[in-house]
Design a protein around this ligand. Structure first.
Ligand code: ARG
Length: 704
């Protein structure tokens, strides 16, 4: 412990802090656990990961993109509203608009199944670096590593499935590929929607407040895991499945929190780049974030205009818009932070020190080479910008592009094997997912924008010649012709893939041109990317060696992590942020709905929020209903829906966002400013009770 504190005191600004870090649990460093206890964690070590009722057993990966927590003996799950968003949307129609009005299943029978949704429980995790090395990993060139790891993963998967068919294993690189861990999961595929607040509450503040504090968003939705009636294990959807009975689940705390209280979050952070070199940060800034913001800006303006003009379009594009805008705003904020903190320069200074240390020690001499890394990144910068522009412009934005890609990749070809002329593909009517006027306008604008942004003609898809020659540069005319003439847009009709008409089809040609260019971009970046990955791996290894007295965590990679810290505000420009928001502050924002439609809330909310007394949902300390609160935990995208626990492992709420002032935290965790925004479980339960009258669920959770 003493050693840890000492090392912390002499830490450089880019080193790990005690409450920075996304820790894997099975090998949690003792020093970290000691620090957690000092902060107020009260459970023994084995209650985190090992024992039957370990806290981690209630934490799930929700759908492969979010996190969640099991809160009842009947498999009830809390996750964020924005994680359940697409499920809620897909059940919504103009007549039954669950997105707009919320949804309450009054019985098991009313709970709604969701195709393709799954949740995963982590069973265990272990370090397999040595096993992989003994199988030959350490002698492989970097471009062979991923295929090799995949093949070993397949073999291990097979063998574990023979022992237990409900298990799945995954082998992933940690510490930039300096280590490999194997994680075993159990997936459940029958997950049903149980409850959602109206969108006005679940997404209160919308894009205006997204990534911002103070916040009043009631960002949660409720699902239930269903299991095989005989085994209580995973099963494909069947109406005969029954609620899953977990061995343990998270208990809700009604006690609240105060500044300085211990807070722990467990979940599935997706991706961070804390070890990334200064050159990598520059690439992220100039060639990923900036062009992403540019292209999405064009697209979003069009989507929003159409959505606001027509309710049916709004339902169709709700998720698409939210997804796009989420990382549009994040990229803006991240670049702002990178600039204002002077992050690239800070990293450069750190690299100078590392370089000096390397010269003194000779560590990785002849391998880690800063000049080479600079040169490699310099060469890749323009190519990365091309890739971002290309993917943001052409990857499944509009229906025609989506179908053009599909027809090239992975669509099932029907028809007799021995008669090529009769082989065909077919698109079903999916008009509930998209709107023709919106998609056409979007594609025309994107095509035009790509031409303006893309200064290197080598990276223009071949169809730009058609646009120029046949359509005299008129993008709208070209798009109209595509939508009108291409067979890809004819629903329910066989499209014969081996007939001449197929090769001549405008849409098919459009797809081929895109595929060709994507392959070229990939090929042009390939060797550079391998070489850069190798340098980054060595850079990480050198940092770990130079700071070997410090516990170091690996970058996020969609495996389960724990982050611990405390409840508390931050101070910016001398102004304290406050650490919680109240019903009153929500009510006040709602009064501004005329100026900003994202502050609209249903009349019933005005009534509910005028209450003097919130009963058992009030905070014992402040006597009011608290909505959202801040903690200094270290989270990122993918953590959405993660449970936040108090020192006894009880549920305080769900993490759902980060704050604007620390949006560079995926690259650099700023201890002074980085905060997690959580929704208070008492606000969630209050809405369940007073808005939803969902007594059956409250009873199940043990609140009534
Ligand atoms: N920024 C949050 C996240 O990435 C919330 C996103 C959903 N909300 C929104 N207004 N788009 O998890």
């Amino acid at each position: 412990m003493k050693k840890l504190l000492l090392s912390l005191m002499c830490l450089c600004s880019l080193g790990a802090h005690a409450d920075e870090g996304m820790w894997t649990l099975y090998n949690l460093p003792n020093a970290i656990f000691e620090q957690m206890k000092q902060y107020g964690f009260q459970l023994p070590m084995d209650q985190l990961y090992q024992s039957d009722n370990a806290v981690k057993n209630a934490v799930i990966n929700f759908g492969g993109y979010c996190s969640g927590v099991v809160v009842s003996p009947d498999g009830l799950v809390f996750t964020n509203h924005h994680c359940g968003f697409e499920c809620i949307r897909s059940h919504s129609t103009v007549e039954h608009d669950y997105m707009l009005n919320g949804f309450i299943a009054k019985s098991y029978a009313e709970e709604l199944p969701n195709e393709d949704l799954f949740v995963s429980f982590m069973v265990e995790q272990k370090d397999v670096t040595d096993s992989l090395n003994s199988l030959g990993l350490s002698s492989l060139p970097v471009e062979k590593v991923s295929d090799f790891v995949d093949s070993v993963e397949n073999a291990w998967s097979k063998s574990i499935r023979q022992q237990d068919s409900t298990l799945r294993v995954e082998v992933k690189p940690f510490y930039e590929g300096n280590k490999y861990y194997l994680t075993t999961y159990r997936d459940f595929e029958d997950v049903r929607l149980v409850f959602s607040v109206p969108k006005s509450m679940g997404k209160f503040g919308g894009e205006t407040d997204n990534w911002m504090w103070p916040r009043q968003t009631c960002d949660y939705s409720v699902f239930r895991i269903y299991a095989d009636p005989k085994t209580n294990g995973p099963a494909k959807y069947s109406k005969d499945n029954v609620p899953y009975h977990p061995k343990s689940w998270a208990k809700v705390s009604m006690d609240g929190y105060k500044p300085g209280d211990f807070a722990m979050i467990m979940g599935y952070p997706g991706s961070t780049s804390r070890y990334l070199s200064s050159y990598g940060i520059k690439e992220r800034h100039d060639a990923i974030n900036a062009p992403r913001v540019q292209v999405r800006g064009v697209k979003q303006e069009i989507m929003l205009r159409h959505m606001r003009a027509d309710e049916a379009v709004r339902i169709k594009y709700d998720s698409k818009y939210a997804n796009s805008s989420n990382y549009w705003k994040n990229s803006i904020g991240m670049n702002k932070c990178i600039d204002s903190i002077g992050l690239i320069q800070q990293k450069q200074e750190f690299e100078m020190r590392l370089r000096q240390w390397q010269e003194e020690t000779g560590y990785l001499k002849g391998q880690l080479d800063f000049d080479k890394m600079a040169e490699l990144y310099q060469k890749r910068l323009a190519l990365t910008r091309v890739r971002t522009l290309f993917t943001e412009t052409f990857l499944a934005q509009d229906q025609l592009s989506a179908r053009a890609w599909k027809s090239n990749w992975g669509m099932k070809v029907e028809g007799p094997e021995d008669q090529p002329k009769k082989q065909y593909i077919q698109f079903d009517d999916n008009s509930e997912e998209w709107d023709e006027a919106t998609d056409k306008e979007m594609l025309a604008a994107l095509l035009k924008n790509y031409r303006t942004q893309m200064t290197n003609a080598d990276y223009l898809p071949a169809f730009y010649q058609t646009i120029d020659k046949k359509f005299h540069g008129d993008y709208t005319a070209y798009v109209n012709a595509l939508y009108k003439k291409s067979q890809l847009m004819k629903n329910g009709k066989p499209i014969y893939v081996n007939k001449k008409s197929y090769q001549k089809d405008m849409g098919v040609q459009y797809g081929l041109d895109l595929t060709e260019l994507l392959a070229k971009i990939g090929a042009d970046r390939k060797q550079l990317s391998y070489d850069i990955a190798e340098q980054e791996k060595w850079l990480c290894a050198a940092k770990l060696r130079m700071e070997q007295d410090l516990p170091n965590y690996s970058d996020a990679n969609f495996t389960m992590r724990m982050t611990y810290g405390q409840i508390g505000e931050y101070t910016l420009g001398g102004r304290p942020s406050g650490y919680y928001t109240t019903a009153r502050s929500l009510w006040e924002k709602m009064q501004k709905a005329d100026d900003n439609f994202e502050y609209f809330a249903e009349p019933v909310m005005h009534e509910l929020l005028s209450a003097k007394d919130y009963g058992k949902y009030s905070d014992p300390l402040t006597g009011t209903l608290q909505l959202c609160f801040l903690s200094n935990n270290d989270i990122t995208g993918g953590n959405s829906g993660s449970p936040i626990f108090n020192g006894k492992g009880e549920l305080l709420g769900l993490a759902f966002d980060g704050n604007w002032d620390s949006l560079a935290s995926d690259i650099f965790f700023d201890r002074q400013l980085a905060r997690t925004i959580n929704v208070d479980v008492r606000f969630m339960l209050y809405m369940m009770d007073r808005w939803g009258h969902a007594d059956r669920l409250l009873k199940e959770i043990g609140v009534q």
